[in-house]
Design a protein around this ligand. Sequence first.
Ligand SMILES: C[S@@+](CC[C@H](N)C(=O)[O-])C[C@H]1O[C@@H](n2cnc3c(N)ncnc32)[C@H](O)[C@@H]1O
Length: 313
Amino acid sequence: MITLTMSAAYSHEPVLLEESIKALLIQRGGRYIDCTVNGGGHAAAILEESSPGGQLLGIDADPEAIKVAKERFRSFGSNAILVNENFRYLENICNRYGFRPVHGIIFDLGMSSLQLEASGRGFSFQQDAPLDMRFSPRQSLTAADIVNTYSEQELAGLLQRYGEEHRGKQIARRIVERRPLRSTLELSRVVEEAVGGRRGKIHPATKTFQALRIVVNEELESLQLALEQALNLLGSGGRVVVISFHSLEDRLVKEFLRRESQGCLCPPSVPVCVCGHKPNLKIVTKKAVRPSRSEIQANPRSRSAKMRVGERI
Ligand SMILES: C[S@@+](CC[C@H](N)C(=O)[O-])C[C@H]1O[C@@H](n2cnc3c(N)ncnc32)[C@H](O)[C@@H]1O
């Protein structure tokens, strides 16, 4: 059983902690990357399990999160390197620190409880804040730019594609009628109006907020790029562990593992292989691993989590 000492100021509960740490097959003195280190829930367990001598490279796009992690892991000195960057530059970051090959890489996607609750970030439809939603202040596009400048058609398309929102057209029409929209509560009210009020447990703005966050942070593109680079960084037998929170991410991870576990990728109509693709990974999780009932009870945010694992051949 992994127990973590957490700073009182930091209250993000790491999801699938036990399962993900087990999946990483942590070795003493091993070298690991946490691509979404945030306050360091998973990272703390990695450092604990790999000590003495384990090394961690922790990455996060959010400078506030990196500040918290640096403070938390100060006592590990140069064994804990913390970098405020987007994980889409994973290989570049590793080259800069001479941090390769590695024994394991973990992604725990999305946002932390702190980011969701911190006022001013605009991730939550339950707290009033400017429509921002950027993980990093260095990014330029905000959620306000999207809702106030995209055409009705573009808005409907992104709500359908990234929110899997079947009422995307209705919501887009109402956004365009009501804009400019400046705050999260204004937007969530407009979505409620568009769909005719609240029904059921899920807030009607959930999918709209998900879609905007994905577009603002180019989340799917970044994940695809980072997974491809992860392959080049893992030593033989090294593992990549991905915890995702919505079906678009999970589909991308599943497809990546499937493709990279295969040999030739030529279409069946090509008689002799011309692609030369070789299997790079073995799939460890035939089915996605879900949190236990007791974890979901203790931490309802974990309910949509799915973990998939691949092992470098
Ligand atoms: C769910 S939290 C991670 C929590 C952490 N595993 C823990 O237990 O404390 C996800 C983190 O990933 C970061 N993040 C999301 N996309 C990112 C990206 N493309 N590059 C770097 N960090 C990213 C967010 O800023 C956030 O801090």
